[in-house]
Design a protein around this ligand. Sequence first.
Ligand SMILES: Cc1ncc(COP(=O)(O)O)c(C=O)c1O
Length: 417
Amino acid sequence: MASITRFSQRYDRISGIQELMVDLDRALSGPDHFHMLGGGNPGRIPEMETFFREEMHSLLSEGDRFERALGIYDHPGGSVPFRQSMARLLREECGWDVGPENIALTQGSQNAFFLLMNLFGGQRSDGSPAKIVFPLSPEYIGYEDVGIELGTLQSFLPQVTLLEDGFFRYEIDFDQLKIDETTGAVCLSRPCNPTGNNISEEQLIRLHGICRSFDVPLIIDAAYGLPFPGIVFDDSKPFFRDGCISILSLSKLGLPGLRTGIVVAPDDVVRKIEKLNSIFNLSCGGMGPALTLRSIETGSLLAKCKSILQPHYLRSRNLAIEKLRNGLGDRVRIHESGGAFFLWLWFDAPISTTTLYEKLKEAGVIVVPGKYYFPGLTEDFEHRDRCIRLSFSQEASTIEAGIDTLVEVVGKELASL
Ligand SMILES: Cc1ncc(COP(=O)(O)O)c(C=O)c1O
């Protein structure tokens, strides 16, 4: 077929996430069996699957709920009953002062980031550029390349604090952070993908104060956080104040196929999302709201998060840390794990984790090399090629076998130095 060559050059640049997804697909669709410690897929948790199956039965059998979910274009901001119930949940569970006018749904939260980062970032109407600032690298791979205008994203290096027992944590380096009139919005994931970092409330309050003084929104990506799915292992609380935009998702509950993102924001931002939704999608898919509405209203969804989902991931996290410590001792530093289902491993030794990724793949284990997690960072940073992200979302046998192989491969690599 003749090729078409007259594209706008906006998306000529290589997208890191696309490169990685293609590589993972190639590995996983071949004949070899891999232990999957890469990827961002939630685990399959039988009790959660049974719960959602029962919710689907009730959707199918009660009145015309099913026909309405399939047969109607929802409001461009998403199903109105769902937004009302969600606002009630956020008021009652988190104490947030929000109503349905503060909630817009999107086709997955990834879609919300694309919309928000181009609403607040890129060229302003007076021609001046506005940056989306990530105050704490490393950050979520999915932010890479979301800015339609080149150079929209700007990241800052972290302060690295060494902790006891081979742990460490990244913190915002407020002396280096630059938020000013060129900033369009500030964004971070909490808990963080890839590190599991739950940035402290103290740092968040300070960051929020700076954002307020320049009148820029603070976007908090809570895809793994509270109130749901609530994959949080420390005592951190959800954060929402004036000028904050919080992004939630149904995906990490185990429902990524439903593509439902939830933007909680001031009503003028919600109205903009509604406009963009109607351009991109007319309206959002109705199955996510339809399947979960009843359990949001009765409180059973949150109860399952607390009694099944969180303990499941906590057990998996503990298993992964124990196996890494038994196998590698303090030859690997592990980022303090406050939530999400990843461990961020730092090999403080002259090995390349890009090369290590290839060796692990040859040995049958998939992880993600650290280099993908620095969207918008222009400076050199040794951690880029010294870290990997390891997912503990899959079943215990995969975690155990995958880490056994990783210990062997890394052990050889370190011994050869
Ligand atoms: C931190 C973070 N934010 C957002 C997303 C996007 O998720 P979804 O579009 O499925 O809601 C992901 C997915 O892995 C993520 O890890």
